[in-house]
Ligand binder design. Structure first.
Ligand code: NAP
Length: 481
């Protein structure tokens, strides 16, 4: 199937039911070859004001009931399905994500919206047995789940469509109006998704999209008096900085990680090597649960390493629009250079670069890289690399392998390969992560499951059923006869 061509277009901001230009433009260019993909206006804090006020008025009017929210989300899912090829091509063009991976993202967006529609239908509270306490006799107690009102949503570049759907779908399902700032590098998919939601029947004042810089538009959304909850996906320093800035607001953080994959001597290391080839390098490693630290038992380390390196050397690197490409460019030249520098630092400290480590395709991409034996202080081990790099370290006892996986400031997902059910249960008990996946790579995710991290990786769970809980608060109502 040929990748659709995305014509360079000027997009407008979506504010208070209007299509807005500001006179100043940001260019969105392909991270692969610099082709112009689109121009978007540079928004500012005054537009955030307009958007947040309009969102507030729309939300308190309260004339968008659950059944309508569900119908809009289901209809939006249908439109995304109809436009899947175009949306995949947009993701590919603006994020440099290989087209076959971009198609999966567009398909997953359909699921995310459908699961959100289900939650809009199911949203409910509970009753309180008031007369279980002597002073409550004669009263009925109801705990309602009520929306926060206006939610500020801020999204990253690496899943420019589906992660925006994970913000908008649950927020709308829960009955919130939203002011969204998508990533500066990848705003087009977000704008298209918003237009799809309007087409599906979303009242325009329930969703506003403002492009512009994080420190200007993002900061204004975070601090605006109308936004009572913030849903943020991005890097840990920015996320925790936001939380510190607005301690009185509900701040839901989905942040980074250094995802470990533990392969025990009794585990299916061949399957692990085959899966890891894709899941350490897909979108050039720019996924928050991309495999970064492979921790393998010494008895199977050589066999695993040989198979894994040979797999990695078979990956096709280059133009993300090409059907055959497995690994495309990093999002920017700065990131490409940073990742290469971290690899070089590890190598000069004594780690072995088994494959990769060099720029290829006329310098546009970093070759998929495998590093053996990083030191615990090497950035490739202890900082989120967010690039096409995996490290291999070895251990002797299962306990030691789990301790190495836990040796991280992050805790999003961990994968463990073992055929022993006792080991699997032990991993589930001991590993300090939001998700522990047995006989699976840490990169696995479907859109309905609870997804989120502990430690520096965040403080919330997404997946529409869980996100709706995080984007509503409990209100007690008692009735006296
Ligand atoms: P980022 O640099 O933290 O940016 C994320 C978003 O925050 C962007 O829209 C950015 O705007 C905005 N922003 C920046 N500074 C801000 C500020 N002071 N106030 C408010 N907003 C601000 O992250 P990224 O490079 O786009 O994404 C990569 C990171 O996201 C990685 O760490 C990755 O692990 C994480 N991630 C986590 C998950 C998860 O679910 N846990 C999923 C995907 C990605 P600009 O684009 O304009 O700078």
């Amino acid at each position: 199937m040929a990748t659709q061509t995305i014509e360079a277009t000027d997009h407008k901001l979506l504010v208070a039911g209007e299509r807005v230009e500001t006179g100043e433009w940001s260019e969105v260019r392909s991270p692969y070859d610099g082709t112009l993909v689109a121009r978007v206006p540079k928004g500012d804090a005054s537009l955030v004001d307009r958007a947040a006020d309009a969102a507030y008025e729309a939300q308190i009017a309260g004339d968008f009931p659950q059944w309508q929210r569900a119908a809009v989300l289901d209809r939006a899912a249908e439109i995304v399905r109809e436009r899947e090829d175009e949306l995949a091509a947009t993701i590919c063009a603006e994020a440099g994500k290989p087209i076959k991976t971009a198609r999966v993202e567009a398909q997953r967006c359909v699921d995310t919206l459908n699961f959100s529609a289900t939650e809009a239908r199911k949203l409910t509270g509970e009753t309180v047995p008031m007369d279980a306490g002597a002073s409550g006799v004669g009263k009925v107690g109801i705990v309602m789940r009520v929306p926060f009102g206006v939610v500020g949503a801020i999204s990253p570049f690496n899943f420019p469509l589906n992660l925006v759907a994970h913000k908008l779908g649950p927020a709308i399902a829960a009955g919130n109006a939203v002011v969204l700032k998508p990533a500066g590098q990848t705003p087009v998919s977000a704008i298209k998704l918003a237009e799809i939601l309007y087409e599906a029947g979303l009242p325009e004042n329930w969703l506003h999209v403002i492009t512009g810089s994080g420190s200007d538009v993002g900061d204004a959304i975070v601090k605006h008096e109308r936004t009572r909850a913030i849903t943020f996906t991005g890097s840990a320093p920015v996320g925790w900085g936001i939380r510190a800035d607005v301690p009185h607001k509900k701040v839901n953080l989905e942040l980074g990680s250094t995802a470990p994959l533990v392969i025990h001597s009794d585990g299916d290391w061949e399957t692990a090597a085959d899966k890891a080839k894709l899941h350490a390098y897909s979108h050039a490693g720019q996924s928050c649960i991309s495999i970064q630290r492979i921790i393998v038992h010494e008895d199977v380390a050589d066999a695993f390493t040989e198979r894994f390196v040979s797999n990695v050397e078979g990956l096709v690197v280059g133009d993300p629009a090409d059907e055959n490409t497995d690994v495309g460019p990093l999002i920017s030249e700065g990131d490409r250079d940073r990742v290469k520098e971290w690899v070089d630092e590890a190598a000069s400290g004594g780690a072995e670069v088994l494959t990769g480590g060099e720029l290829v395709d006329e310098g546009r991409c970093l070759a998929p890289t495998v590093i053996r034996g990083p030191a615990p202080t090497d950035k490739v081990w202890c900082e989120e690399i967010f690039g096409p790099v995996a490290t291999i370290s070895t251990y002797s006892t299962f306990e030691e392998g789990l301790a190495m996986a836990n040796d991280a400031k992050y805790g999003l997902h961990a994968g463990v390969f073992t055929r022993d059910i006792g080991n699997g249960l032990e991993a589930g008990r001991v590993l300090e992560f939001g998700g522990v996946l047995i006989n699976e790579v840490p990169t696995f995710r479907t859109d309905q499951m609870p997804y989120g991290g502990v430690k520096d990786s965040g403080n919330t769970r997404e997946g529409p059923a869980y996100a709706v809980r995080e984007l509503t608060e409990e209100r007690l109502v008692t009735l006296q006869g």
